[in-house]
Design a protein around this ligand. Structure first.
Ligand code: CO8
Length: 257
């Protein structure tokens, strides 16, 4: 399918979605969000795809929600318009999701990156929640996912005083996985996705779900969830294949069954 605001392509087992609204710094308007969700769910349902990368350009990942679209909206219109809630849909994606971030990841752009499972950044990446400058606060995870990732002290500075994190700071505070030079970061993100995409599909799915549950459940509930997910995998052919391949000193041939 052809989109207006994103480019969606397959690179072997990796689905790559590139935000492509350069004139508006990849601002996330309703149309772009709808296209993004369509492409994400198409890759999630595609058996040839094992992992998904969301990227922007070297200059900007995304500069947030589209301010011109929101500026005159009333509270009721915001409630009725589902584009902010579309962010919650991202957590329904079952395959590993990697954000490749360079340049600005601000407001909804930072929230989009944080909705992914891993973030690979270029040295030029800048992460921030500048909504305070607009008289509002983050509305798609910027007070919740950010605080869980970097802790209260840094999150408060970012949300209340528009502190922007450099890529190195974001790495030091545990927000992102790796920092690479600008001419390498995308390739590195694609290689990481490609390696992950070749792994056992059911185990990937259970591992992602279990890590995400740790944000929502008590420790005992989380351990129970993990144990059940672990036991469940013993019903899969891939568990038998993986353990046989280890004993026979060969590579496993995953079926996703
Ligand atoms: N929305 C709409 N247009 C934007 C946005 C945006 N968020 N950001 C940049 N643009 C537009 C500019 O208006 C400009 O358009 P034009 O050329 O027609 O004047 C063009 O992109 C280029 O921008 P700049 O000239 O400003 O470029 P600079 O390099 O000087 O600055 C910045 C780049 C620093 C990124 C700057 O553009 C900026 O500060 N942008 C706004 C960042 C911001 O405040 N983001 C938060 C938005 S609110 C939000 O995200 C709330 C999230 C709620 C939930 C998410 C739901 C999707």
């Amino acid at each position: 399918m052809t989109y207006k605001n994103i480019i969606s392509e397959k690179r072997e087992k990796v689905g790559v979605i590139t935000l492509n609204r350069p004139k508006a710094m990849n601002a996330l308007n309703g149309e772009l969000m709808a296209e993004l969700m369509d492409a994400l769910f198409a890759f999630d349902a595609d058996e040839e795809i094992g992992a998904i990368v969301i990227a922007g350009s070297e200059r900007v990942f995304a500069a947030g929600a589209d301010i011109s679209q929101m500026a005159q909206m009333s509270a009721v219109e915001m409630i009725k318009d589902s584009f902010v809630e579309l962010f919650d849909e991202i957590s329904k994606i079952k395959k590993p999701l990697i954000a490749a971030v360079s340049g600005f990841a601000l407001g909804g752009g930072c929230e989009l990156a944080m909705s992914c499972d891993m973030i690979i950044a270029s040295e030029k990446a800048k992460f921030g929640q500048p909504e305070i400058n607009l008289g509002v606060i983050p509305g798609a995870g910027g007070t919740q996912r950010l605080t869980r990732a970097v802790g209260k002290a840094i999150a408060m500075e970012m949300v209340l005083n528009n502190r922007t994190l450099s890529a190195q700071e974001a790495f030091d505070f545990g927000l992102i996985n790796h920092v690479y030079p600008v001419d390498e970061y995308l390739d590195r993100a694609l290689k990481l996705a490609s390696r992950i995409a070749k792994r056992a599909p059911l185990a990937l799915r259970q591992g992602k779900a279990a890590v995400n549950k740790s944000f929502e459940l008590s420790l005992s509930e989380g351990l129970e969830f993990e144990r059940r997910a672990f036991y469940f995998l013993f019903a899969s052919e891939d568990q038998k294949e993986g353990m046989a391949a280890f004993s026979e000193k060969r590579s496993a041939n995953w079926k996703g069954e």
